[in-house]
Write a protein that binds this ligand. Structure first.
Ligand SMILES: [Cu+2]
Length: 287
């Protein structure tokens, strides 16, 4: 099939673009998962398809404007009012382009929705205005709220210049900790209003809706600290419920999880575990 050949060419173009594209603050992140890399490739493929279409269409328009300008005595052709050939061509070519681009896009969408064979499940609950993470079957759960330094600096009259705060509004007290190279399934819901769990580096943006459970998954292919935000306007402090995910080695995760379990067994509050890289406390604002 012809459109299969077009799809193959487009897929080749998509595969080549990560090498051409550099990490730019003006572009999507390539991210830390296979899915995010595929999303990036799709984005670049569509970008180049649009560039090619724009070049052809505007090229013809600009050439025609110049070539058949009035000052050279051009006269509009009054005889050709209908051409079946032209109409077929300008219908078939866009259809081929749409089908050829829909195939890789649909494949990626299906992969994004496939939460089978996950190795770890975390229930994510959105609250006004914080997140709660519950590790299913592990007996570990905790709230994740805006880091104290950011929370203090954001207050009127705090006297703190926010530009001096590290990771301002992008840091939390207890980050989500997950192991690398592990398929993590998220079950998302909301406790009060609709929130949305968005981490660009994982290409995950999923609504957390009260009364519903949405599913998402990611499999980080490198360790590191990845940040995100609530992406649904959820009330007054919508801008103050960031997301931080610490992707650690499997051994470090096992150690961390054991410590969390031990802490909760020791009677420590399940809502306040000691997390790795916990931030230093800052004075609480009193307004
Ligand atoms: Cu929210």
């Amino acid at each position: 099939m012809f459109y299969r050949k077009v799809a193959t060419v487009l897929a080749g173009l998509a595969a080549a673009t990560p090498a051409l594209a550099y990490e730019s603050t003006y572009n999507l992140p390539v991210g830390a998962t296979d899915i995010s890399a595929r999303v990036f490739s799709l984005h670049m493929m569509m970008f180049w398809v649009c560039v090619a279409i724009a070049a052809v269409v505007f090229g013809v328009i600009i050439y025609s404007l110049w070539k058949f300008r009035k000052s050279t005595g051009a006269v509009a052709d009054q005889t050709l009012t209908h051409s079946t050939n032209v109409e077929v061509i300008w219908t078939v070519i866009p259809v081929i382009i749409l089908v050829a681009t829909a195939i890789p896009a649909a494949r990626t969408l299906i992969a994004m929705e496939d939460t089978r064979n996950s190795e770890l499940t975390v229930k994510v609950v959105g609250y006004q205005w914080k997140w709660k993470y519950e590790y299913q079957g592990k007996g570990v759960s905790f709230f994740s709220t805006l880091a104290a330094e950011s929370n203090y600096a954001r207050q009127l009259g705090s006297g703190v210049d926010p530009t001096t705060v590290k990771d301002y509004l992008l840091d939390v007290d207890h980050p989500l900790v997950v192991p690398v190279d592990t398929k993590v399934r998220l079950l998302l819901t909301g406790n009060d209003v609709i929130h949305s769990w968005w981490v660009p580096d994982f290409a995950v943006k999923k609504d957390a809706i009260p009364g519903y459970i949405n599913e998402a998954w990611f499999k980080a292919n490198r360790t590191g600290r990845f940040t995100g935000q609530c992406a649904e306007l959820c009330g007054r402090d919508h801008g103050f419920m960031p997301i931080v995910v610490n992707v650690v080695s499997k051994a470090d995760f096992a150690t961390w999880l054991d410590a969390q379990v031990a802490a909760s067994k020791a009677g420590a509050s399940a809502a306040d575990p000691s997390a790795p890289a916990a931030t230093a406390a800052a004075p609480t604002a009193s307004l």
